[in-house]
Design a protein around this ligand. Structure first.
Ligand code: ATP
Ligand code: ZN
Length: 226
């Protein structure tokens, strides 16, 4: 039997802060995506492409394991997963094809408003709650600070009030959430945007051709948005 030419697979967030703009970017590049049905896989009608709609946390691994050829993901998640996979001796290879013009945010350490914060040394011996333990641990190591890192996947901003931690390390865009929880931003440890990534060693000639066709369109869409 003839080998079926496989469709290019792009992983993107199903619903959340990156999903609307990820969809809009692909639509602007001419992909006709039928997203009406709440399916995991959406077929692109006019190109040999499938869209995998998943949680953002799964996207780096899907690309690094070769399940998806491309992915749209926040650098914060990409870097966190990458660091964790290196520790676990799992493949952590990828290539960044483009830094996109959405999903901008910063990963910051925040402390209670009433605290007299006097620089990173104020964090010595403290407990810090975060969803990004690897990024935070790397930062603390670089700064020579010994602090305890506690992993929380949700409600990080309430951890200090709940007595679970002295400080937090969480994503910030306006700072309103911090303020509402009695916290103030103390250190920015990572600045993030959404990126388009490709799996390393993509060999399929048809896939490469398709990507070569899409890239100038993506650049064009971003220039038009400037
Ligand atoms: P999922 O259900 O897919 O796991 P999530 O709740 O983990 O979603 P979102 O809150 O939708 O994730 O955020 C996705 C990404 O959007 C973040 O990882 C980050 O890169 C980016 N982002 C941009 N601005 C913000 C912000 N103010 N707060 C949080 N994330 C932001
Ligand atoms: Zn997530």
């Amino acid at each position: 039997p003839a080998i079926e030419s496989k469709r290019l697979r792009i992983g993107m967030q199903k619903s959340g802060r990156l999903s609307i703009e990820s969809q809009a970017l692909l639509s602007s590049c001419g992909l006709k995506i039928n997203l009406r049905e709440q399916r995991l896989i959406a077929h692109v009608e006019n190109m040999p492409i499938d869209i995998l709609r998943v949680r953002d946390d799964d996207i780096p691994g899907l690309v690094m394991d070769g399940v998806c050829d491309l992915g749209i993901i926040g650098e914060n998640v990409l870097e966190e997963v990458s660091l964790q996979r290196q520790i676990d001796n799992e493949s952590a290879d990828y290539e960044v094809l483009a830094r996109l013009d959405f999903g901008g945010c910063r990963l910051s350490i925040a402390v209670p408003q009433e605290e007299q914060y006097q620089g990173v040394s104020s964090l010595e011996g403290k407990t810090i709650a975060t969803t990004y333990p690897r990024l935070l641990t790397r930062y603390l190591k670089q700064q020579g600070v010994n602090a305890r890192v506690v992993m929380l996947t949700g409600s990080v901003e309430v951890a200090p009030r709940a007595g679970l931690a002295d400080a937090i390390c969480d994503l910030v865009s306006t700072g309103a959430t911090l303020e509402a929880n009695g916290l103030k931003e103390a250190e920015v440890i990572y600045r993030s945007k959404a990126v388009l990534i490709q799996r390393k060693g993509l060999a399929d000639a048809q896939h490469q051709k398709l990507i070569a066709k899409l890239m100038p369109r993506i650049q064009g869409v971003m220039q038009a948005n400037e």
